[in-house]
Design a protein around this ligand. Structure first.
Ligand code: HEM
Length: 387
């Protein structure tokens, strides 16, 4: 539904009732005594406070010597190394990419990256994956309408509860560790900044800064920040395999402008208009969240003669309505932009991507999940140095 007429604040809310696509809200409500926490599914005062804090903190984490850009560049190098190991043989890029992206969320949230073999990290990734699958499953729909009944039945919803609990307890363990070595004077990650904020808000009766909210924000960063960027990059590589001429033009632009020795940084996007345009085109052509995240009317609205009451949830195609819905827009947008540019350019500078021998094409049909991601596929990453 394309909304043409609405005030900026009319559609700020998220649905609170048990509707499709608000799985995590339903879980959080269920487990947290009817209080919606965090950013993505919270409303009202809680959402405003947490979101404002989240935006400022993401900005703070992007600055300084251990800034986000350096971390992303480091992770992009590691990703190139991981692809190198395949020595041009067919590889499934999805696991490597997801690991790299979730490592970055870990750096933002906890201040360190996991090794990909780390068992806890693997479990956390599985939990996030389960939550994503549950969100679009029949179990979610059934749970949304019959929560009282479904909670006694087996199914993916039970696994999703366990996963949510696992994510929250993991976040809480990290919070405890941070409290022991509290970086109040030199905050380095999301938890440090949040604990500092809790300290500052002590005594404020209206504060929503507390450990439950912090744990929820951390789980949300992993959910919102992993599959989205990872799916977009997977589409990017797939489209490059499918369009070798465009791939070569991107490579040539980088060579012409930067030469082969200059390492690439985010600022370079301004000198690489074609490359930058290709990344935007990947996002446009394979937009991963075509129906966005549901919104709830926070005010009664009269639209084209139809009365939309305050609590009604509407799915809104945010591609066309960005100006009106600015206040809720993606919290990780800046981070996602940097990740996409730096990962894409590092990979395309190091490799020529092509189909494995005998494979004629890769399906471009999306798998409908939390995001629209490609079906598992393999490609060959041929090192440019060997060409
Ligand atoms: C290609 C990557 C990404 C895409 C396409 C994307 C897209 C979106 C969309 C469409 C929304 C809903 C906004 C609305 O309701 O108007 C959203 C919200 C959100 N995103 Fe992203 N996102 C991406 C990456 C990230 C990253 C990397 C993070 C965190 C590190 C993140 C964190 C969030 C959060 C916390 C929200 C909830 C904001 C709120 O409700 O106030 N996203 N994102």
């Amino acid at each position: 539904m394309l909304i043409m007429k609405a005030t900026e604040y009319t559609y700020l809310g998220r649905p609170e009732e048990k509707l499709l696509s608000v799985s995590l809200n339903a879980i959080v409500i269920f487990h947290c005594f009817l209080i919606a926490l965090g950013i993505g599914f919270a409303n009202g005062h809680c959402w405003k406070q947490q979101r404002r804090f989240g935006i400022v903190t993401m900005r703070n984490l992007g600055l300084g010597k251990k800034g986000m850009e350096n971390q992303i560049e480091e992770e992009a190098h590691q990703l190139v190394e991981a692809f190198m190991q395949a020595k041009g043989q067919p590889l499934d890029p999805s696991l490597f990419i997801s690991n790299a992206i979730s490592s970055l969320i870990s750096v933002v949230s906890f201040g360190y990256r996991f090794t990909h073999e780390d068992e806890t990290f693997q479990k956390l990734m599985e939990a996030i994956d389960t939550l994503a699958k549950f969100g679009v499953s029949i179990f979610h729909a059934m749970y949304s309408f019959f929560p009282g009944f479904m909670k006694y039945l087996p199914g993916l919803h039970q696994k999703a509860f366990t996963s949510m609990q696992m994510g929250l307890s993991f976040a809480k363990e990290e919070i405890e560790k941070h409290k022991e070595h509290q970086g109040l004077h030199d905050p380095q990650d999301f938890i440090d900044f949040y604990l500092l904020q809790m300290e500052k808000s002590k005594g404020d009766p209206n504060t929503t800064f507390n450990e439950d909210n912090l744990a929820q924000c951390i789980v949300e960063l992993f959910i919102a920040g992993t599959e989205t960027t990872s799916s977009t990059l997977q589409w990017g590589l797939l489209l490059m395999v499918d369009n070798p001429d465009i791939q070569e033009r991107v490579y040539k632009e980088m060579e012409d402008v930067l030469g082969s020795s200059h390492s690439i940084c985010y600022e370079d996007r301004k000198k690489l208009p074609y490359t930058n345009a290709v990344i935007h085109e990947v996002q446009r052509a394979k937009y991963i969240l075509p129906i966005g995240i549901p919104r709830r009317c926070s005010k009664d609205l009269n639209m084209l003669g139809y009365h939309i009451p305050k609590v009604r949830a509407e799915k809104v195609n945010l591609l066309y309505s960005r100006r009106l819905f600015r206040a809720r827009v993606c919290l990780g947008e800046q981070m996602a932009r940097m990740e996409l540019f730096l990962f894409f350019t590092h990979l395309l500078r190091a490799f020529r991507f092509q189909l494995p021998e005998g494979v004629k094409e890769i399906s471009q049909e999306p798998v409908v999940g939390l995001s629209m991601h490609p079906h598992p596929y393999k490609l060959c990453a041929i090192p440019r140095s060997s060409l």
